[in-house]
Design a protein around this ligand. Structure first.
Ligand SMILES: Nc1ncnc2c1ncn2[C@@H]1O[C@H](COP(=O)(O)OP(=O)(O)OP(=O)(O)O)[C@@H](O)[C@H]1O
Ligand SMILES: [Mg+2]
Length: 202
């Protein structure tokens, strides 16, 4: 039957990098971040709800949602974050469930769910095995600072707002160390893939 692998990690530890590796060996990946982005595009129901809850001040000049601004607003405000989650989460979950069903009917052997907050949300109940992408705190911080052009303090704050990565490593069935070169990560990925592919699943 279909083995559902949950892929997670900390912010900027390399989930999307490993997602591409799964895709490169033709394993389908359901990317919840991507689904959430689609759900907030202009003209969708999600977009309308977010604009009515957060006002038009979160829009860019082309009327699309300014995701960076929205992220900053909800980052330091649990109540606002809840409001956003209540709009986005049920919709993402429903799409994910439909996708899973589709793959089950097709008889796809392995699918991956890329979920940044896998252990923190109900998505954990949808997966059979978990893979955590690990990197050192130092590398995580450096990559986050570079990618988002943010300073050290803000990067540290973002990282420390999540469940510690070591805790996720403890909870994981498989760990891929992405703290050195991409080539090495690829080797780690291949090792994990070998182990996943031989699992008997029903
Ligand atoms: N082994 C590596 N060596 C150098 N840079 C890397 C490596 N792995 C990832 N990166 C870079 O680090 C950044 C974060 O990687 P990636 O986007 O894969 O992480 P992520 O976990 O998906 O992040 P997010 O939490 O935002 O979804 C990217 O800019 C990526 O190019
Ligand atoms: Mg990502």
């Amino acid at each position: 039957m279909t083995l559902i692998v949950g892929l997670t990690g900390g912010i900027a530890t390399g989930k999307s990098t490993v997602t591409k590796m799964f895709q490169s060996v033709d394993i389908p990946v359901i990317e919840t971040d991507k689904i959430a982005r689609e759900l907030l595009k202009k003209g969708t129901e999600g977009y309308e709800e977010v604009v009515s809850s957060f006002s038009r001040s979160i829009l860019l000049t082309n009327d699309e949602i300014n995701r960076k601004k929205l992220a900053t607003i909800v980052f330091g405000n649990p109540q606002r974050r809840n409001t956003l989650n209540e709009i986005v989460h049920p919709r993402v979950e429903s799409i994910v469930r439909t996708e899973i069903q589709k793959h089950k009917e097709l008889g796809t052997k392995i699918i991956v769910l890329d979920v940044p907050l896998l252990f923190e949300t109900g998505f954990i109940d949808l997966v059979d095995k978990t893979v955590v992408v690990y990197t050192t705190f130092k590398k995580q911080k450096e990559r986050l600072m570079e990618r988002e052009r943010i300073d050290k303090e803000y990067a540290e704050l973002k990282i420390s707002s999540q469940i510690p990565l070591n805790r996720k490593v403890d909870l994981a069935d498989y760990v891929i160390d992405n703290s050195t070169s991409i080539l090495n990560t690829r080797k780690e990925f291949n090792e994990v893939l070998k182990q996943i592919e031989v699992l008997e699943w029903d």
